[in-house]
Every structure is written in C-alpha cells, then in structure tokens.
Ligand binder design. Structure first.
Ligand code: PHE
Length: 341
C-alpha cells in the first residue's frame, strides 16, 4: 500500500510540473483528487483494511493529498503570472488614452468679458443690438443728416439703401432709449464693420463696447469719473487719462480719451508712436437731437456715451502687434491663449 501511494504521489507531482496551462493542470487535479480520481479511490478503499493498516495508509494518503494540493496551487500561480490582471477584464499594460484637447476663450472674448465685468461693478447692465442694422439707427437717429459729409467718416458696407452692416455700436443707444426710460446705465459690446483696407492696425471687422448713461443732471464730470474708474480698474493706477476735444454728430461736446502709454509710462515708444499717449475711446454728452429721435421729452434728461475699441485693448494687454491675427483663427496664434485669462 505504501508503495502504491508513493508511486501515485510521484506520478501526480510530475504531471503537475508538466502541465502546460491551466486546463491541463485542472485535468491532472481531476484525475487524482476528483470524485473518481486515483487518490480518492485509495481513500475510499481504507474502510476495507484492518485497524493498523488503515491508520498507516490513512496518514500516508492524507500527507500525499496535502502535498499534491500545495503543488497544484503553486503551479497554478506560476501559470497565471504571465497574464497580469487578465481576469479583471482590464489590460493595465496598455498606454493610456490622451485627454480630449480643451478649447479656450478667444482673447477678444476674454477682454470683452473683463471690460463688461468692470462696468457691471459700477452698476451698468449689458445689452446688445443687431449687426445688420438700419441706416436709420446707425446714422439718421444719431444726428447724421442725410447726405451730410459726416457719413463719410465711416466707410460703410451697405446691403441696400436702408440696410447696412453697423459701423459702430452707437445705434444700440437709440434702440435702448426707445425701449426704456431713464435712469439708464448700460454697456453694449459687439462686432462692427467698416470698408477699410486691412493692415496691422485696421481690419474690416472689429469689436467695440458702447456705454450709455442717462438720467437727470448727468454731467461731463460723471463721464470723466467713469472713464477714470474703468482705466484704473483695468490698467492700474499708473495710467492717467486726458480728454481731447473732438467731433461726433451724436455727442456735444465730444472728446477723444487718451490713456498714458502703459508700455513706456508716457516717455514715448513704438506703440504710442513716440507721443506717450494712446487713444482708447470716443465719448461725449448725448446730443439733444438723439434724445429727440429716441422720443425722450426735451430738456428733461442729460447723458453721456462712450465707444471703445476692444481690439486695441486686447492688443495692448497681450502685446499683439497686428490686429489681423485676431481674425485669422490661426491655431498657432490661438493656442497661445489656452489657460490664459
Ligand atoms: N461711435 C464712435 C466711433 O465709432 C465712438 C463714440 C461712441 C463716440 C459714443 C461718442 C460717443 O468712433
């Protein structure tokens, strides 16, 4: 009996060592330790032996069974080691997938939102108007008489006699006043169009932000304070402003607002063409004829308006030397603004 057990043990151990994969190993286990396995058969035969022989054979069979179970477990681990985590359904050795590339705001949009935020902080609401505009709102209601040379100040894209691409955001002033009664404090950002030859500082489309404040007793001092507060907030205290007399048909008096050049501190550089100042907006007190066109009663209200080029501000902020870069959508340019706010 002892010999039989020993032989069976040796054969089974050899078969376990030779099993090439998990299926072969399982076949060995079944043939030895399964319900009809050879070792199981011997265990079953113990009951026919005498007491002494049964004790001896029983101990030997159990020892052999333990040995074989240990050998099966060890071999199973060996065979499984070549296949990491395969049973989980994931192959952790594959390279990861790159995250989807993220987009970003266009630099003009970033600057537009920043400017609106500052005016929002001063109590201005925000609105907009159509880019395809009536001649009436773009010119007539803004006190540009028909056939008046002032219309030539802005080279207009006409769609027909009465319809054009707006040349400025000022028409939204009139649309706003037609809808609402003072007190009003509102900004209107948006795209405008002029029939200009493109160069480093001109584009046939660009962005403006218009501001309008109307109430009883609004003064030029309020305009100056609003402009100064904006410039201080956007550029810092080190940027003084100055008003220069100018002409716009829809404001009287009219001014152009300059800001001391932030690049050279007023000493003169290429950006300010050596003058030390940068023009940032047109502004003035709303002309009574504009109030009349909007249907406001004579003499009851006063107000100021301003119009600022957003492209100019974005170019200053980011050191962009050619306005055309803002409209070409060249990814080599735009990708530089990923994550920039
Ligand atoms: N609309 C004028 C322009 O485009 C700017 C402006 C706006 C001037 C409001 C005065 C008041 O040049």
């Amino acid at each position: 009996m002892q010999e039989t057990i020993e032989r069976l043990r040796a054969e089974a151990l050899a078969a376990i060592g030779a099993a090439a994969d998990e299926a072969a190993l399982e076949a060995v286990r079944v043939s030895v330790l399964g319900r009809k396995g050879s070792l199981t058969g011997l265990l079953r035969g113990l009951k026919d032996l005498g007491d002494e022989a049964r004790r001896e054979a029983g101990a030997a069979l159990n020892a052999a069974k333990d040995d074989l179970n240990a050998a099966l477990t060890a071999r199973e681990a060996q065979l499984g080691a070549g296949r990491p985590a395969a049973s989980s359904g994931y192959d952790l050795t594959l390279p990861g997938r790159a995250p989807a590339p993220s987009g970003s705001l266009h630099p003009l949009q970033t600057v537009l939102e920043e400017i609106c935020d500052i005016f929002h902080g001063m109590g201005f609401s925000r609105d907009d108007g159509p880019e395809v505009e009536l001649d009436y709102y773009n010119f007539t209601a803004l006190n540009f008489p028909d056939d008046h040379p002032a219309r030539d100040i802005q080279d207009t894209f006409y769609i027909n006699d009465k319809v054009l691409l707006r040349t400025q955001t000022s028409p939204v002033q009139v649309r706003m006043m037609e809808r609402r009664e003072p007190p009003l404090a509102c900004v209107f950002p948006g795209r405008v169009y002029r029939n200009e030859n493109a160069d480093a500082s001109h584009s046939s489309e660009f962005f403006q932000i218009e501001g309008l404040v109307v109430d009883r007793a609004v003064s030029m001092a309020d305009l100056k304070d609003t402009v100064d507060t904006f410039v201080r907030n956007y550029f810092g205290a080190s940027a003084p402003t100055r008003f220069r007399p100018h002409y716009f048909p829809f404001t009287e008096p009219s001014v152009e607002v300059d800001m001391q050049c932030i690049l050279c501190g007023g000493k003169g550089c290429g950006t300010c063409k050596q003058g030390g100042w940068l023009e940032i907006m047109g502004a003035g007190m709303v002309h009574p004829n504009v109030f009349r066109a909007a249907g406001y009663p004579d003499d009851r209200y006063t107000g100021f308006a301003f119009g600022m080029g957003i492209d100019r501000i974005a170019m200053l902020k980011y050191g962009i030397s050619d306005i055309r870069l803002l409209y070409e959508n060249d990814l080599r340019f735009l990708n530089q603004f990923r994550g920039v706010q």
